[in-house]
Design a protein around this ligand. Structure first.
Ligand code: UD1
Length: 419
């Protein structure tokens, strides 16, 4: 198991090329199961979560080829059962349910594992499948969905924590091959949902409204093969934006969609940093200590929960008191205990972290607990005095392509040590 040593105090400057989006690539790869014809997906990031998804597709009977960032999937004949030992490593494996149900009208998938960020139900996904006419059974750790035929319906997918990203993806992927028209109300509007809808449309689906709260899907008989380039990863980009704010003078991110980064940019501007954008680049201009901010995580286009931990790391060395409230995953604060081991002054009040800025964090051995929390610890180490030792790095490798090499490329001093 690797660990990462961050030698704090280096000034970052230069540019980083952002990888393809993990959260787009995973459902898009799953969507390749919807057709017998080959699909070619470009800008697929090299991450362990992507490897798990490719393993699942192979297990389901698809032929999978990968040449650097391009993946070709040909799912001529497929199985409909995804067992525990294949899906347990990644929560997003649940997004094979939709395509299997759409194409084969049945799927049995073991209930997902994945990030430790509280209870992660799939009731809304199942509610959507049921509305399309599928029966749902949960037994022996598996969820089984099956239908004689799927019929379009109006479905409200809004839950008590707002919209669901993978739930919207899953229902959309089943509905593209249903009879008639499906309307998803309360749909997630994340750019990754739009990317999936664009890919499905390239395969011959008829989807309108992706990116809004109402998605309308006119079912078609069958889908064909297609080529697609995955959008840039806005969370990877956001993580490097915060790295630049913590320790940077001037850092430019290449291959980004600045529009997707608006909420993160606004938060950094509010904290006193400069943001310059061009067509597909974004530059963060360092400006010393952040000013205090009040932030609430919410579904897109508001501030993303996947950037909450990184923002907390930044605000630990801010001026005054900041408040960061988590409204999407109210228990997502595993990084707080670790940041406190580095000298941060944070109090948890319900779903809010109240952060009193300190002069400087100090390096310490810390434990990565989930993907974004781990990234936050690496970022905190960039300016901390001494060495921050981040253990259980496999969490970071699930969602960041060579985070150490990319940060070292702009002046950080990060070592990866095999233990
Ligand atoms: C996706 C992202 C994840 C991100 C999250 C929220 C992927 C692979 N992962 O996860 O990085 O943090 O969106 O932006 O794209 N909920 C229910 N019932 C359900 C489904 C969800 O109550 O059936 C709740 C969740 O517990 C959470 C909220 O809805 O409180 C949002 O979750 P959701 O958008 O579904 O997250 P994921 O799609 O799993």
């Amino acid at each position: 198991m690797d660990k990462i040593l961050v030698h704090g105090g280096q000034r970052l400057s230069g540019s980083i090329r952002v990888s393809g989006s993990k959260n787009s690539a995973l459902p898009i790869l799953a969507a390749c199961l919807l057709t017998k014809e080959p699909c070619i997906i470009r800008h697929v990031p090299d991450l362990s979560d992507v490897h798990y998804m490719l393993q699942i597709l192979s297990h389901m009977g698809a032929e999978v080829e990968r040449a650097s960032g391009t993946v070709t999937v040909r799912a001529e004949k497929i199985k409909t059962v995804a067992p525990y030992d294949i899906v347990r490593k990644m929560r997003a494996s649940v997004c094979v349910l939709g395509p299997l149900l759409g194409r084969e009208k049945e799927a049995t998938v073991s209930l997902p594992g994945g990030c430790v960020i509280g209870d992660r139900p799939i009731d809304l996904h199942l509610r959507g499948f049921e509305a399309l006419g599928a029966a749902v059974r949960v037994e022996c750790g598996n969820v089984k969905v099956f239908a004689a035929r799927l019929k379009g319906q109006t479905i409200n997918l809004r839950g008590k924590f707002g919209s669901t990203v993978l739930g919207t993806d899953n229902v959309m992927m089943a509905a593209v091959l249903a009879e008639g028209v499906t309307t998803i109300e309360g749909a997630a509007a994340e750019p990754e949902v739009v990317d999936l809808a664009n890919f499905l449309n390239a395969m011959g689906a008829k989807i309108e409204g992706a990116g809004t709260r109402r998605i309308v899907i006119e079912g078609v008989e069958e889908l064909h093969g297609a080529e697609h380039s995955v959008i840039p990863d806005r969370i990877e980009a956001g993580t490097f934006m915060v790295a630049a704010a913590i320790a940077g003078s001037r850092v430019t991110l290449r291959r980004v969609v600045p529009d997707h980064l608006k909420a993160i940019s606004d938060a950094l501007i509010q904290a006193g940093f400069g943001i310059e954008t061009a067509r597909d680049t974004l530059t963060v201009v360092g400006n010393g200590k952040p000013k205090p901010v009040e932030l609430v995580t919410e579904p897109y286009p508001n501030f993303p929960t996947d950037m909450q931990a990184q923002m907390c790391a930044l605000l630990c060395e801010g001026e005054g008191i900041s408040v960061v409230t988590e409204s999407v995953f109210p228990q997502r604060f595993m990084h707080v205990a670790e940041l406190k081991r580095m000298g941060a002054q944070i109090t948890l009040e319900g779903a809010s972290a109240v952060i009193k800025g300190v002069e400087r964090l100090s390096g310490a051995p810390v434990m990565a607990s989930d993907l974004r929390a781990s990234a936050a610890l690496v970022l905190a180490g960039l300016r901390a005095s001494g060495v921050t030792e981040v253990n259980r790095v496999y969490h970071i490798d699930r969602g960041y392509e060579s985070i150490d090499d990319k940060l070292n490329g702009i002046g950080a001093q990060i070592e990866r040590v095999k233990v």
